[in-house]
Design a protein around this ligand. Structure first.
Ligand SMILES: NC(=O)c1ccc[n+]([C@@H]2O[C@H](COP(=O)([O-])OP(=O)(O)OC[C@H]3O[C@@H](n4cnc5c(N)ncnc54)[C@H](OP(=O)(O)O)[C@@H]3O)[C@@H](O)[C@H]2O)c1
Length: 245
């Protein structure tokens, strides 16, 4: 038996149009999983056409979108083995300048959207049990410069994961968080373009570089597989040693 196998597992990965989510979708598909990946627009998920990954359009700010997507997958396969809540938006502006509409969008996506997805998944898989991996962030543990509201939502994702692990363990659910550190995606493009700032940032990372998106794959496969069967309510930190958490 390959403890780390995700072969034939049905996995739904949100935010698979680019960045970490796309690397996860491609990696899980290469490992033999049946992968559904979401983007907010049909154009952003168009890259999945002709691949093994089934692209879906989902905006987490919609109350019913994730519920409908999961119900369709469940109908097709009779189960959804793993929900990987990866999609999120960032907001890297000074706290005093954050606008109400941006705050709403952030909370609707990163907090409410993820929470609703967990709720809908639990209801769908209540009989079979399930596995939820919530992508949080190292800044949800240690905070981040110009990231107050975003870091707040990510701290919430960690606490949601711990609390759901506790609440749903007896129904056969595992719930864990994955906390990436600074990773080379669109989310960090602004930082990487500012060479003074990014040089200083990289000096503060013990491994002296940002992560590649595909470096989140191993820990995610670990959490999705039998190799982590006794792990729930924890956070796996993949941050190059920044937090030493
Ligand atoms: N990059 C980092 O340094 C870093 C560090 C720590 C944690 N993280 C976390 O890792 C995860 C992936 O980050 P990333 O860097 O890969 O992000 P990214 O490149 O900015 O991609 C964000 C993804 O989320 C989707 N998304 C955004 N708003 C959404 C909404 N309202 N509803 C549904 N989907 C939405 C986007 O879809 P569209 O393409 O359609 O817009 C896209 O697929 C996020 O949870 C992020 O907070 C990232």
């Amino acid at each position: 038996m390959n403890l780390f196998s995700v072969k034939d597992k049905t996995v739904l990965i949100t935010g698979a149009s680019r960045g970490i989510g796309r690397a996860l979708a491609e990696g899980f598909a290469d490992a033999g999983a049946i992968v559904y990946g979401t983007g907010t627009r049909s154009e952003s998920i168009a890259w999945t056409a002709g691949s093994a990954i089934k692209g879906l359009v989902v905006d987490l700010r919609s109350e019913s979108a994730m519920k409908d997507a999961m119900a369709a997958i469940h109908q097709e396969h009779g189960r959804l083995d793993c929900l990987l809540n990866n999609a999120a938006m960032a907001l890297d502006v000074p706290a005093s300048a954050i606008k109400e509409a941006d705050l709403d969008s952030l909370v609707d996506t990163n907090f409410k959207g993820l929470f609703r997805a967990c709720q809908a998944y639990y209801k769908l898989q209540r009989k079979e049990g399930g596995n939820i991996i919530n992508v949080a962030s190292v800044v949800g543990l240690v905070g981040g410069y110009l990231m107050s509201a975003y870091a707040g939502t990510k701290g919430a994702v960690i606490q949601i994961s711990k609390s759901l692990a506790l609440e749903w363990a007896r129904s056969g659910f595992r719930v864990n968080a994955l906390c990436p550190g600074f990773t080379e995606t669109d989310m960090t493009a602004k930082i990487r373009q500012n060479s003074d700032y990014s040089d200083k940032l990289i000096e503060s990372i013990p491994l002296r570089r940002m992560a590649r998106p595909d470096e989140m794959l191993g820990p995610a496969i670990f959490l999705a597989s039998e190799a982590s069967s006794y792990i729930t309510g924890t956070s796996i930190v993949v941050d190059g040693g920044v937090s030493r958490h």
